[in-house]
Each structure stands twice: as C-alpha cells, then as structure tokens.
Design a protein around this ligand. Structure first.
Ligand code: COA
Length: 172
C-alpha cells in the first residue's frame, strides 16, 4: 500500500538517503515494527494502525511523548489516497486524541504541518486544534528543511472529547 502511495506521501515524509522502494521492503517493515514496539513499551510512543472495511489503510502515531509537567506528544498520520476525503483520517485522529487525553493522561498534542498541506491543516482545524505559531525550516522533509505551522490541542480545549466534537459536526 505504501508503495502504491509513494507520490501521495513523499512531500510530507522525512527525507531519506535510501530510495523509497529500498525502504519499503518486508524486512524494512519488520524493523520499523520492532523499533515502534520498543518506543511504545517504554511509553515514548502510541502507534496505531488504521483499518477501514477490514483493510489496513494508514497509521496514526503519537510520538516523542514527554511526561512530568509537560505531558505532551507529537501527532503524525497518513492514509491511503484511496480512502482520502471520506472522514476516515479525521475519525482515526479523533479516537487517538481521546485515548491520549483520557487513559494515557496527556495534556497537549502537537501537530506540525507544512503550510502547503491543506488537507492536513483542514483535518486538525476540524478537530479543534489551534495554530500557535510557525517553526522556520523546522523539519527535514522531502529533501529539504521545511517551515511548519505548529498546531496544538489541549485536553481542556475539548471537554466533551474530540470524537464528541467531530460527531456533533458530522451527525451522519
Ligand atoms: C492528511 C490526511 C491524513 C488528511 O486526510 P483526509 O482524507 O483529507 O481526511 P478525511 O478522510 O477525514 O477527509 C476530510 C474531508 O472529507 C470530507 N468527508 C466526506 N465524507 C465524510 C464523512 N462521512 N465524515 C466526515 N468527513 C467527511 C470532510 O468534510 C473533509 O472535507 P474537506 O477537506 O473539504 O473539509 C491525508 O491527506 C494524507 O494522508 N495525506 C498524506 C500524508 C500527510 O500529509 N500526512 C500528514 C502530515 S502533517
């Protein structure tokens, strides 16, 4: 699926020395899973797979989790272009936000988004995130240092839950 989505995902993903196809082999996938599981076990990451109609269609991850006084994490997500624009990504991200703010006990979720990534900006704005600033040449994405808008959602921004807010706007 990721190989089918190379052109769809490349503009928003970290730069890499290896070619896309060499990074998307069964061996590379197993290594990614092991690394992801290790980070999850020590509480640094919440990795989720998104399933739709019985099929894997994407991922949502809360990474770089910091506890203590900050209790924060960074949100990342992508879906198969075949399911885009149908509310699948918004629903998945809403569920993960509620899990992170509820049982996991985080207070802040940050989503760093390239200004030109309109679908991603619309997604977080729909869920109630606030644009807090602009990080200059912040992340090494698609072959260069790219500016990113800093969006954040605080647990107390959405007292009824993110899913509740999303459902109230999409009653169908
Ligand atoms: C970013 C990304 C996850 C956004 O996904 P998306 O498909 O736009 O999000 P959704 O599936 O929730 O679709 C939202 C749209 O579907 C519409 N929609 C259609 N049916 C819907 C339904 N039943 N329920 C809710 N929304 C629905 C929404 O109104 C919304 O329209 P709008 O964008 O015109 O406001 C996706 O574009 C992606 O994977 N991009 C590549 C990777 C990427 O950019 N990752 C993020 C890096 S920061």
């Amino acid at each position: 699926m990721r190989n089918d989505n190379e052109a769809w995902l490349t503009p928003w993903e970290p730069s890499a020395a290896m070619a896309w196809r060499d990074r998307h082999t069964p061996t590379a996938f197993r290594a990614m899973r092991r690394a992801s599981t290790r980070r999850a076990r020590v509480g640094m990451s919440l990795p989720f797979a998104v399933h739709h109609e019985g099929r894997l269609v994407g991922q949502v991850t809360v990474d770089n989790i910091v506890r203590g006084a900050l209790r924060s994490g960074h949100l990342g997500y992508w879906v198969d272009s075949a399911v885009a624009g149908r509310g699948v990504a918004s629903l998945a991200v809403a569920l993960v936000c509620d899990h992170a703010f509820g049982p996991v006990g985080l207070h802040r979720l940050q989503a760093d988004i390239r200004p030109e990534n309109q679908p991603s900006r619309r997604l977080v704005e729909r869920l109630g995130f606030t644009q807090e600033g602009l990080f200059r040449r912040y992340l090494d994405i698609d072959g260069g240092w790219r500016d990113h808008l800093a969006y954040a959602l605080l647990a107390d921004d959405v007292p009824g839950g993110v899913l509740g807010r999303w459902r109230s706007r999409h009653p169908g």
